[in-house]
Design a protein around this ligand. Structure first.
Ligand SMILES: [Fe+2]
Ligand SMILES: [Fe+2]
Length: 296
């Protein structure tokens, strides 16, 4: 099972994973910069970030839909467990809003786009789990856990909740990477469209942070958004290289253009894809029965 770049090993015990600190040794270092939870401007920014997280968790619950197309008992167990965890995250973020006295806002259109359900399994495990939840983990682990001020009496309880979410999101990313690797082994032709889709997904990041940047250039956290986004982009590229579909050196523009076109075509085709059930065909083998001796 591959190790994630942005979290504890998926094979780590929950205690090891829970031991993750706010320093995020392989993550972005905000160098002690924090938000002020009593400043109206800072509260507005945090409300925006948390509102995106809340919407993402609400759509995360629908991973339960993947049960229908689960290709193994292991996958069925994972999606059942994940749906319960995402439901828990949704409640935890709602509690955070209440603790901070904030009211959730509607999601940004980029988050709506990135959270859209995909019926084509190879795209789902790459875009939603490996890459999408990987970036969610960057926000929770690197941004929120570091920049919420420990001096505020509300923060220890909020960070306790966030650490639970971070530990479980790391498991979701690890699952996405494992399934992505299996899909690439089965269908090596997915490498080019996957590369193009990751480039397209990375190109949406500046659109998302443009809402936060610019108005307060001297803010200790906001002034670091550009290097933070660059850090996320580089981490996703390393993750994609480790999964074997992204070039070691930046590809020439024509190659990236072709990959993006292939990715767009695959995404368009995936919108017409229908989920196929598999467990009703392979449940006997999955349960360990010898189907070659049928009728005896
Ligand atoms: Fe979640
Ligand atoms: Fe998740």
């Amino acid at each position: 099972m591959p190790k994630t770049d942005n979290g504890p090993s998926p094979l780590a015990t929950s205690n090891e994973a829970a031991g993750a600190t706010d320093e995020a040794p392989d993550g972005y270092d905000f160098k002690g910069a924090t938000f002020d939870l009593n400043d109206p401007g800072d509260r507005d920014i945090l409300c925006f970030i948390l509102s995106q997280a809340l919407f993402g968790e609400a759509t995360g619950v629908y991973c339960g839909r993947s049960l229908y197309s689960a290709r193994s008992l292991e996958a069925a167990r994972f999606y059942t467990r994940q749906a319960r965890q995402e439901l828990g995250h949704l409640q935890l973020f709602a509690d955070v809003f209440r603790e901070l006295g904030l009211t959730p806002q509607p999601p940004h259109w980029v988050i709506r786009l990135l959270s859209a359900h995909n019926n084509y399994y190879p795209l789902k495990v790459l875009m939603e789990h490996a890459i999408g939840e990987g970036m969610v983990l960057d926000i929770f682990k690197d941004l929120l856990l570091q920049t919420l001020p420990d001096s505020d009496p509300r923060v220890p309880s909020i960070k306790k909740k966030l650490r639970v979410v971070v530990r479980e999101e790391a498991e979701h990313v690890a699952w996405g990477e494992k399934e992505t690797a299996a899909m690439l082994e089965e269908k090596p032709w997915l490498r080019a469209p996957f590369m193009g889709l990751v480039d397209l997904q990375l190109s949406t990041l500046p659109l998302l942070v443009s809402r936060l940047r610019g108005t307060r250039p001297d803010h200790p956290v906001l002034s670091q958004l550009a290097p933070f986004v660059e850090h996320v982009r580089e981490r996703v590229k390393r993750q994609s290289r480790r999964l074997g579909f992204y070039p070691e050196r930046d590809a020439p523009r024509w190659q990236r253009g072709l990959a993006m076109a292939a990715g767009t075509a695959l995404f368009a085709r995936s919108q017409l894809a229908r989920s196929r059930s598999l467990l009703d065909k392979n449940y006997l083998r999955e349960l360990g029965f010898d189907t070659s001796t049928r009728g005896q």
